[in-house]
Design a protein around this ligand. Structure first.
Ligand SMILES: NC(=O)c1ccc[n+]([C@@H]2O[C@H](COP(=O)([O-])OP(=O)(O)OC[C@H]3O[C@@H](n4cnc5c(N)ncnc54)[C@H](OP(=O)(O)O)[C@@H]3O)[C@@H](O)[C@H]2O)c1
Length: 298
């Protein structure tokens, strides 16, 4: 049986769809099982657990062969990368070892590193170190930025208000990957012996600036959409002001600064050559998909 921690998130919901029919069954760990079950996320079982509380994880891991960790504390209302992406994964890895889990698939992030300016990328790097040092058979998937998330955030507002907000100049080429494609690679990582003890960077086929993303959204909506830029200077000030009062929002603003000012590209050539059966989605494919209305957004 497979356990997805984070099975209610953007990627987790897609993973549940991809893995739902597998022999052995699927269990989703969530803090709110009743809410997840009523949302019909497709998993066969929901179990209550909080990765900050290690004692809640043992019962969830009974009978589990493969654990997929798609948790994060990054995002609006999130408990933060240190609490969830690092310490939460520490608890989940420890509990998985104790429960005799065979394989642990960790969702990290492309560019994770010890000196990255963002706490999320540092926490992911340290979680990678933890899983590498564990007794578990492990695989790490490092996706670039989720396409549906940003298409939903920008596209949703563009549809309702006619305005698309671009954080910063919007001229930095950024790699976006579809959660559908990431889910296929996670499926491979959960089952393929060849990925045991390996990390795989996963990205989409295009590096797009946010100005280009807005152009594509405008074309897909077929209505005029005005682009409104939030200046980097205002974002830098906002990140400092929000750090104490709303650290989750401060982290989001900092992510916007990093995405506008650092190298966010990825070359998918080697990935496509190695996995020709997984066709990497382009932004236009995702925008054309009617599911975006329910799958995208924050
Ligand atoms: N979004 C991106 O662009 C991106 C890019 C690269 C990598 N990733 C990684 O891919 C994975 C999935 O990202 P996502 O955007 O799909 O995440 P998401 O939508 O923000 O979902 C976060 C998930 O974490 C779970 N979670 C948070 N705190 C928890 C806690 N204390 N105990 C148990 N579960 C907790 C939530 O479960 P409940 O609320 O149901 O408890 C939820 O299912 C993450 O590891 C993320 O770091 C994301």
């Amino acid at each position: 049986m497979i356990l997805i921690a984070g099975g209610t998130g953007h990627l987790g919901r897609e993973l549940s769809r991809v893995l739902a029919g597998r022999a052995g069954g699927l269990r989703v760990l969530t803090r709110e099982p009743a809410k997840a079950a009523s949302a019909g996320h497709g998993a066969t079982e929901f179990v209550k657990g909080d990765v900050r509380d290690r004692s809640s994880l043992g019962p969830a891991l009974v009978g589990i062969d493969v654990v997929i960790s798609a948790i994060t504390g990054f995002g609006p209302g999130g408990q933060g990368p240190r609490a969830i992406d690092l310490e939460g994964n520490r608890n989940l890895i420890g509990a998985s070892e104790a429960a005799g889990v065979r394989r642990f698939v960790l969702l990290s992030i492309h560019g994770a590193g010890p000196d990255h300016p963002m706490e999320l990328y540092r926490a992911k790097y340290r979680a990678e170190e933890l899983v590498r040092g564990s007794r578990l058979d492990w695989a790490i998937i490092r996706p670039t930025v989720f396409m549906e998330l940003w298409a939903g955030i920008i596209g949703g507002a563009a549809r309702t208000t006619g305005t698309a907000t671009i954080f910063g100049r919007g001229k930095n080429p950024t790699n976006f990957v579809s959660v559908r494609d990431v889910a296929r690679f996670v499926e491979v990582a959960a089952s393929d012996a060849g990925l045991g003890g390996a990390a795989l960077d996963v990205g989409g086929p295009e590096n797009l600036t946010f100005i280009e993303v807005v152009d594509s959204i405008r074309a897909s909506i077929g209505l005029p959409v005005r682009a409104r830029h939030v200046p980097l200077s205002a974002m830098r000030l906002g990140a400092i002001v929000m750090r104490r009062v709303k650290p989750d929002i401060a982290r989001l603003i900092q992510a916007g600064i990093v995405m506008d000012t650092t190298d966010m590209r990825f070359d998918s050539t080697a990935l496509q050559r190695r996995y020709p059966n997984i066709r990497l989605s382009r932004l236009v494919d995702i925008l054309a998909d009617a599911r975006l209305g329910t799958n995208g957004g924050g």
